[in-house]
Design a binder for this molecule. Structure first.
Ligand code: CIR
Length: 247
């Protein structure tokens, strides 16, 4: 597996915030946590690629939002936040080494954090970042079924739901409509940890933030590796946001 990552921007303290109050963010601490995350991916057998940061883009570490990588194609997104649109320019040439590229065009917008690929179906959150035009464009670019999902209060779909096993989704059911996910097993986040539904699955291993101990306890039957991610979380990013994973 290849993990494409991007360094933390020295301007991370100016990251976009939607649902969080702005608090000071330590660049050094964020960068250190990001290194731990990369080291964990490498220890799990991923080839980790690092793209340099750009100080013009405070959110550039959250590379997940810039592309949707499928088996046969990669879709370079048009991020919903205007401040993030230019991030894709440094990502496209790297992703192009591994997949033919397509692009979301204006007025469509998609943030990769809204796209959850589950086998042959692609679930896409209708959010403040991802619009119906973007979802329709994605539909024309893939043979897989593209299913819109209603969100209520989450920044991205994957803030509210991610896969933690072949048949199991970790969810914050307050934040999304679960009807499209009928047939899946669910694990609910602990109610005191609303941001705990964002996990990365690498093979059978779940990468999960250290901070969410109560939800972690609900994953005891899984092979979970924890990383400190609380500094990046102040910029409203989770563990999925920090990589593009390619088979
Ligand atoms: C933003 O608002 O765009 C960033 N501060 C956080 C992006 C997190 N990305 C993700 O969940 N995929």
């Amino acid at each position: 597996m290849i993990a494409i990552t991007r360094d933390v921007s020295p301007a991370i303290a100016d990251a976009e915030l939607t649902h969080l109050e702005r608090t000071p963010i330590s660049f050094a601490r964020a960068a250190e946590q990001h290194e731990q995350y990369r080291a964990l991916l490498a220890s799990l057998g991923c080839t980790v690629i690092s793209i340099p940061a750009d100080a013009a883009y405070p959110d550039c570490v959250f590379i997940e939002d810039t592309a949707v990588v499928l088996d046969d194609i990669a879709v370079i997104t048009r991020p919903g936040a205007e401040s993030r649109r230019g991030e894709v320019d440094a990502i496209a040439p790297v992703v192009a080494k591994y997949r033919p590229l397509a692009r979301i065009e204006a007025p469509g917008t998609i943030d990769g954090g809204d796209v959850l690929v589950l086998d042959d179906r692609i679930f896409v959150g209708r959010s403040s970042r991802t619009n119906d035009e973007g979802i329709d464009q994605l539909r024309t670019l893939t043979r897989r079924e593209v299913i819109p999902v209603e969100l209520h209060g989450a920044l991205h779909l994957k803030t509210a739901i991610t896969r933690v096993a072949s048949d199991t989704l970790l969810i914050n059911r307050e934040w999304l409509d679960l009807a499209p996910f009928a047939g899946w097993k669910f694990i609910d986040v602990d109610e005191t940890e609303p941001f705990a539904a964002n996990a990365v699955l690498v093979g059978d291993i779940v990468i999960f933030p250290t901070a969410f101990a109560k939800t972690r306890a609900k994953l005891a039957h899984l092979d979970v590796r924890t990383v400190d991610a609380d500094e990046l979380a102040k910029a409203e990013g989770g563990v999925t946001c920090c990589s593009l994973l390619l088979r």
